[in-house]
Design a protein around this ligand. Structure first.
Ligand code: EPZ
Length: 418
């Protein structure tokens, strides 16, 4: 259990943005396909990346970390099961399913089950793998997949699931023949995975569109690859500056990936500047309400920034409306924000934030990664110190949060745990 103490202050200064967690994880899974060394740069030091390293090592891969670089050699893979504790530690471990199956002919893991964001079904992942020729048994919360060989297939997804697209893509690279994934996710992290797969010799086209085509069965080789910047971490720091009347300059950002957030923050009264790989934000003393925020698959407004933006808007003039269409239960931070004096009413997929004149410091609990980040943002804009319990949720996605905020002129201190 870890706790952080937050003293309010204006978020002002410059920092670089970490590599994208949600790119590194699927790329680490895809490295299982490669017989040769994969040198992966830009890997943030995060609990989820550590969990993925544990999974790779458990499977028999050699993994070395040097600063932000991971060197992965999957030549010696000797296992096909992910232990239950690693599945529990990181529910998105399911992105290893297609890769393990493709490489070893079988895969065993527990069902990720329900989690902080509501139910996390994996029916589309399993359907995609079955279409590629896998036999999958599900029993007592366990999944056992096997396939002597995989063959190319048509994979229509009923929703552009990020994880299902990743699993299908990775497995299709090892299948004989052509695979077409329709209604594929278009998140930037998918395009990053496609670029990595091409770098190791796979033939994949169609990134940034809803149709991905894979010519499978190509021999793969080692490579050096740098993952893209983390748009959600960058967006979180922009929201923190917006919430506190601050001013920030972020380096190493993919500016195009932040278009919808920047649109909302501009409507709220922030001045935003973008130049190649840099983004600046200057916030007014008081934000105004932007139009309704509806979370959608990319290029829509990202569900992962719903909570951070909500936290930035707690003291607006008037009210802001959110509609969360991606995850069913992603407003658990609202009750914690209310402990700081926020006025939020949640009804089904909608949340209405009525601006309050001020927030006060409080003892709150992080309910999930992005909800935890929202608590940090609200605490920075409150009238007194706050303590956030179960801050380990936040460490799953934000590298060196105390250091980053120190560079941005505010105090986020660890007071317990790791
Ligand atoms: C990825 O999760 C991200 N995780 C999430 O970020 C992000 O919130 C999400 O995409 C949406 O952008 C990683 O990349 C590791 P989905 P994923 O499959 O792949 C339903 C963070 O904070 N669905 O696109 O699990 C599902 O229930 C994390 O960094 C099915 O019904 O998301 C949800 O309602 C949290 N059946 C919707 O689709 C399936 O088989 C979108 O989920 C799969 C998904």
């Amino acid at each position: 259990m870890s706790e952080i103490l937050i003293s309010p202050g204006r978020v002002t200064g410059e920092t670089r943005v970490q590599g994208a967690k949600n790119s590194v994880l699927p790329v680490m899974a895809a490295a299982l396909l490669v017989r040769g060394e994969v040198v992966l740069r830009g890997c943030p030091a995060l609990a989820d990346v550590d969990s993925a390293v544990h999974i790779l090592r458990h499977l028999g891969c050699a993994v070395r970390r040097e600063a932000d670089t991971l060197c992965i050699d999957a030549s010696g893979i000797s296992d096909y099961a992910i232990p239950d504790d690693l599945m529990r530690r990181m529910r998105s471990s399911v992105i290893f399913l297609g890769a393990i199956l493709a490489r070893t002919g079988q895969a065993r893991m527990t069902y990720p089950g329900g989690c902080e964001l509501g139910p996390r079904p994996i029916d589309m992942h399993l359907d995609a793998l079955r279409r590629l020729g896998a036999h999958i048994d599900e029993e007592g919360g366990r999944i056992f997949a096997r396939a002597e060989s995989l063959r190319g297939a048509e994979i229509p997804l009923r929703f552009p699931s990020v994880g299902a697209t990743e699993n299908a893509l990775i497995a299709a690279c090892a299948a004989e023949g052509t695979t077409t994934i329709r209604n594929a996710a278009r998140e930037p992290e998918i395009a990053d995975l496609v670029r990595f797969l091409r770098a190791v010799g796979c033939r994949v086209t169609g990134e940034n569109t809803a149709v991905l085509t894979v010519e499978g069965g190509m021999p793969s080789h080692g490579t050096q690859y740098r993952v893209i910047a983390d748009r959600i971490a960058a967006g979180t720091y922009l929201c923190a500056a917006a919430a506190t009347g601050g001013s920030v300059l972020l380096h190493d950002v993919e500016t195009a990936h932040l278009a919808t957030l920047c649109g909302a923050l501009t409507e709220a009264g922030c001045e935003i500047g973008m130049e190649e790989r840099r983004i600046s934000l200057r916030a007014p003393e008081k934000l105004r309400a932007p139009g309704m925020i509806v979370t959608r698959p990319y290029p829509g407004f990202p569900t992962d920034l719903q909570a951070p933006l909500m936290a930035a808007l707690l003291r607006i003039d008037g009210s802001a409306v959110f509609d969360e269409t991606i995850f069913r239960d992603r407003y658990r931070h609202a009750a914690e924000l209310a402990k700081m004096g926020a006025d939020i009413v949640c009804e089904g997929s909608r949340a209405i934030v009525c601006g309050v004149p001020a927030l006060h410091g409080a003892r709150v609990t992080a309910t999930d990664l992005r909800g935890g980040a929202a608590l940090v943002i609200a605490a920075l804009s409150a009238g007194g110190d706050s303590v956030i319990a179960e801050a380990e949720h936040i460490d799953r996605g934000y590298e060196d949060i105390t250091g980053v905020f120190a560079r941005l002129g505010v105090r986020v201190q660890r007071i317990g745990g790791t």
